[in-house]
Design a protein around this ligand. Structure first.
Ligand SMILES: Nc1nc2c(ncn2[C@@H]2O[C@H](COP(=O)(O)OP(=O)(O)OP(=O)(O)O)[C@@H](O)[C@H]2O)c(=O)[nH]1
Ligand SMILES: [Mg+2]
Length: 362
């Protein structure tokens, strides 16, 4: 999973990137146009608890990649480069950093601090990029349709009508995420990789002085901006970067003093899994305990395919149990003895927190 960080200039994107990657990132050379890429482990207490009970040799957390691009979206000048937009279109979700911190030594590109204005402006840039993409698509399609034979023309005509409709909705400031589409229409446009169709996590980068009010600020922004495919997290990127440099104990102590219940970064990571529509299942054997992110609504067969293609090909059945039940039982043998392991078939819908043991033939 790739999460692309976007936002206006100097909104705190790189600060957030450094906090979330703890400095473990492949940082692009200064002046290069490529993004810096950081691999981030998703903390999961459930996996930690399971592995503490079952003692696999190795524990593997789920990972996501964060991409930090040089510079920000500028509301003036030539607009974002094609290369930047192309890289964003490859991302699975966008992390949209918006400045709410006050710091006179850091000039705001628009001259004043107004996060709602900035969120709207960045979303508008994304919509413009999509409109441009749809226009180019339309022109190409028109040529193909014109030269197509009568029998092949119909599908092209349908796509043209769809592209026109999407474009009109974007011009009314309806992002693709919010548009009603049939499964067939979704399939057609899945290859377009439109930016307003991507899940978005808005990160309100608040002032150091406001961290004790983070939860309230988050609710306030969520009221206005959260919705289908959009989540909001409020945190102070600069503070989180400082906390990331401390040991876990020191950071926890510091958080307690500040009155923060959940670490801002952990919360952000959890929300980014949510906004991507991902749930987690676990597998644990002697060698490895592992968390697997998967789209909500996936079947046991799809889960098996994540772990190994052979496992899906030779799938017989899965044994399933909630992670907590297994942690309490203490072992697979105990859980089996008490009849806690369920036998599930290919079509079983995997639940968040399931521990799965696949049985398969090769
Ligand atoms: N006071 C305060 N300053 C911050 C915060 N986050 C970032 N800054 C400062 O704002 C400036 C810009 O931060 P960056 O993280 O480089 O912002 P950016 O969005 O990556 O900037 P560009 O890549 O140039 O667009 C730096 O001087 C940061 O130290 C914050 O939460 N509080
Ligand atoms: Mg930066």
């Amino acid at each position: 999973m790739d999460l692309g960080i976007i936002g206006l200039e100097r909104s705190g994107k790189t600060t957030l990137f450094q906090a979330v990657t703890h400095g473990h990132a492949h940082v692009a050379a200064h002046g290069a146009m490529e993004p810096s890429v950081g691999v981030v482990k998703i903390p999961d207490e459930r996996l930690d608890r399971l592995c503490a009970v079952l003692h696999p040799k190795k524990v593997t957390h789920a990972e996501v990649r964060y991409l930090d691009f040089p510079g920000g979206l500028s509301l003036r000048g030539a607009g974002p480069s094609g290369a930047f937009l192309a890289a964003l279109s490859q991302c699975d979700a966008l992390v949209h950093v918006v400045r709410a911190f006050r710091d006179e030594t850091v000039p705001h590109p628009e001259g004043s601090i107004d996060p709602d204005r900035d969120i709207a402006a960045v979303n508008l840039e994304l919509a413009f990029a999509d409109i441009g993409m749809l226009e180019r698509r339309y022109e190409k399609l028109e040529i193909t349709v014109r030269s197509a034979r009568a029998g092949e023309r119909e599908a092209g005509e349908r796509e043209l009508a769809l592209v026109r409709r999407l474009r009109e909705a974007l011009e009314r400031e309806e992002p693709l995420r919010a548009q009603q589409l049939s499964a067939e229409e979704r399939r057609i446009i899945s290859g377009y990789q439109l930016l307003t169709g991507k899940p978005q996590l808005i990160v309100v980068n608040i002032d150091e002085a406001d961290v004790s009010r983070a939860a309230g600020i988050e609710v306030d922004f969520a009221d206005r901006w959260a919705g289908s495919g959009v989540q909001v997290a409020a945190l102070c990127a600069k503070l989180e970067r400082e906390l990331a440099e401390l040991s876990d104990e020191e950071a926890a102590e510091f958080r307690r003093e500040l009155g923060l219940i959940e670490g801002g970064l952990e919360r952000m990571l959890r929300l980014s899994q949510q906004v991507l529509g991902l749930i987690t299942f676990f597998t644990v054997n002697e060698a490895e305990g592992r968390a697997w992110p998967i789209a909500a609504g996936s079947t046991a067969l799809e889960a098996a395919g994540k772990v190994h293609t052979d496992m899906a090909r030779g799938f017989i059945r899965a044994e399933a149990i909630g992670w907590q039940e297994l942690a309490e039982a203490g072992s697979f043998a105990e859980a089996r003895k008490h009849g806690l392991l369920r036998t599930e078939g290919k079509q079983y819908i995997v639940q968040d927190g399931d521990l799965l043991h696949m049985l398969f033939n090769v």
